[in-house]
Design a protein around this ligand. Structure first.
Ligand SMILES: [Mn+2]
Length: 286
């Protein structure tokens, strides 16, 4: 079974990193296969490799964009994680991302559970960065089951890093306190139903972001019809074409990092991984 090979497949059309290659615009795929704080359906630890495997269905030529991948794309492999210890894993991830940044590589992280996005934003530096967050959930709780570092608190921890702004897209689940916090803290959130009815306006919101952007995608932003293999499925989500249009709105944006989290596919051909691979590819082909 390919997913359990010790040397995992690289993302489609990517190369092994070679630091002698002259610096240009470079992307680096990094897998972080961990699912320590997952509360419902486990399996996000399989996401990084499942997305890579699914990426082999993609064509080098992106028909909808009418272009081919023009940037250098490396697959940096999977980071070593400490199962059951999200804080230690986050610590390792922070220094890994720092190294990736020093190599002038823009990290594209494949999760893994969503909590790890915090370490990535922290390592990249949140200052002046707008965090664009695609998700069914707000993830703005200050603590979840007594834990400050959890998939359910990740956006609150990112908020604590004091980014330029946080924009949440596709939201359809949150507590009253989270909603109140978002309004008080200036976290802008757009519900799934609003986005579906106002897609052009949502595209405009994204394309008018100024300055550096960090993009974090929890694949459960898609409806469970398109992404059933996720930790916490939530009905009434976006469809793949709606999400694709919003990713395309990132054209010409200064994206300093991108992640795709919460894929918990355990088998080849799983629709969640196929959609996740497409989201990543839509972004890298822009
Ligand atoms: Mn979510």
């Amino acid at each position: 079974m390919l997913l359990y090979m010790e040397d995992p497949l690289r993302f489609a059309f990517s190369k092994e990193f070679n630091d002698e290659i002259p610096k240009s615009e470079q992307y680096g795929i990094l897998g972080v296969p961990i699912d320590s704080t997952t509360t419902y359906l486990p399996g996000a630890r399989f996401g990084s490799n499942a997305i890579r495997e699914a990426s082999y269905n993609l064509e080098r030529y992106h028909l909808n964009l009418d272009k081919e991948l023009s940037k250098e794309l490396y697959d940096l492999g999977n980071m070593q994680v400490v199962h059951g210890n999200i804080q230690k894993t986050s610590h390792y991830l922070e220094s890994t991302i720092q190294e990736v940044k020093d190599l002038e590589i823009i990290p594209i992280t494949l999760g893994g559970e969503h909590s790890i996005s915090y370490s990535i934003v922290k390592a990249l530096g949140a200052q002046d960065v707008t965090v664009l967050h695609f998700d069914a959930h707000m993830d703005l709780l200050n603590a979840y089951q007594g834990e400050k570092y959890s998939h359910a608190t990740v956006m609150r921890r990112i908020y604590d890093l004091n980014p330029e702004g946080i924009i949440q897209v596709g939201i359809r689940s949150g507590t009253k306190d989270e909603s109140k916090f978002a309004q008080q803290a200036g976290v802008k959130y757009y519900t799934s139903s609003w986005v579906k009815e106002n897609l052009t306006e949502m595209e405009n919101v994204i394309s008018s972001i100024k300055g550096p952007v960090y993009v974090t995608v929890d694949i459960d932003v898609l409806d469970p019809a398109y992404a059933p293999s996720v930790s916490t499925p939530c009905t009434g989500g976006l469809n793949p074409l709606e999400l694709q249009r919003l990713i395309f709105s990132l054209q010409d944006k200064n994206v300093v990092g991108f992640d795709l989290m919460e894929v918990s596919s355990r088998c080849m051909g799983d629709i969640t991984s196929i959609n996740a691979a497409q989201v990543v590819y839509d972004f890298i082909c822009l």
